[in-house]
Write a protein that binds this ligand. Sequence first.
Ligand code: HEM
Length: 388
Amino acid sequence: MGDIGIAFSSGPLWKELRSTTHQILKEFGMGTNALAEKIQEEVNCYVNKLADLQGEPTDIQHFTHVSVSNVICSIAIGRRFNHEDPSHQNTTESLMNFAKNAKGAAAINFFPFLQHLPGDYFKAKVIKKNMGNVKDTLVKIVSEIEHQESDDSVENYIFSYRRKQNEKTKAGKRTFLDDANLVKTIIDLFGAGTETISSTIVWCVLYILCNPGVQVKIHEELDRELGQEKLPTMADQVRLPYLGAVIKETQRLASVLPFSLMHQTREDVTIGNYFIPKGTAVIPDLDSVLHDPKIWGDDAEKFNPERFLCDDGSVLQREEFIPFSIGSRNCVGEALAKMELFLFLSSMFQRFEFVSPDPANLPSLKPDIGITAVPSPYKLSCVDRLKK
Ligand code: HEM
């Protein structure tokens, strides 16, 4: 475990950063309309960008990533960036490369001496460089934000964090809320909250290309419940159970964070016949639940949204559905993630029909696994349903 930030720390430092972050996300409206409006602003820009492609076959992975990271930007620093902004592109690219090259990082975690071997087989140097880029950019942004004239209408993670830090310091309480933890926690929010969402979106569209009948049903439901005029809001979620089931099935099958994040035992534990001593690194295998045929049936490896529908057509909640992990260390951004997935995907399907440029040669469903499981690059055409 690392010793700063939220995702890789432990003990009292992690506890304080986790509760502070959770509190700030809630104050921001995680799970409520206030935040939904911010996300919708980004979704509108994204959908217009897709429309500008005019059906030209395109790989939307990077493009989606930049949009999704803008949602974290809105929360962390209170503003979004133009897609063309070079510093934003640089940061998102570094984060993507970090996740992609993190295959080797797992080995380095266990055997640190591997990073000193000649060459860069385990990608330690690439990872260091990418994280250095991300950190430099964020340190600059944090300092710019803090030197701006105060404007009460702008709210962001940095201001909230500083307020909480000052309150504790003034009250003479011991706190881990300092500069280093602020920057590292923002890096963790970008790291944990961008590629996970953008990959899920890109997986969803890929599964749809390979299962065109599913797209027909999504369009039928959207046309019947909303039509083309009304943009989807969170209140529409209950009216779109089929889309809800598609999103769940995408998350189950894609399992974008298959090994969750690394944990460590705080004390000796015995599970079944296994004794695990205190301090052992534990890598949860979420796929062992999400893809288990004993739970999901013999078609566990197939894309079948119907498995998440009840007989009355509503969405089935299953406790084995654990893409956000479980326990006190589960995903702190789960409610935000669910809002983003619904708002992005409902608007995308409302506006477009997604088509493979070569239906006889569908793209591979084989994931590219780093820390996250990302679809291998593929192209698709976004056919504007407004122009049909
Ligand atoms: C589809 C989207 C997402 C998935 C599948 C996902 C999944 C996960 C998983 C499996 C973990 C590890 C839990 C564990 O260690 O047991 C995690 C942790 C985390 N996630 Fe997410 N996540 C998603 C989106 C987000 C978003 C949007 C945010 C932004 C706020 C976020 C922030 C975090 C943070 C900060 C942690 C570390 C929590 C801690 O260590 O206490 N995630 N996520």
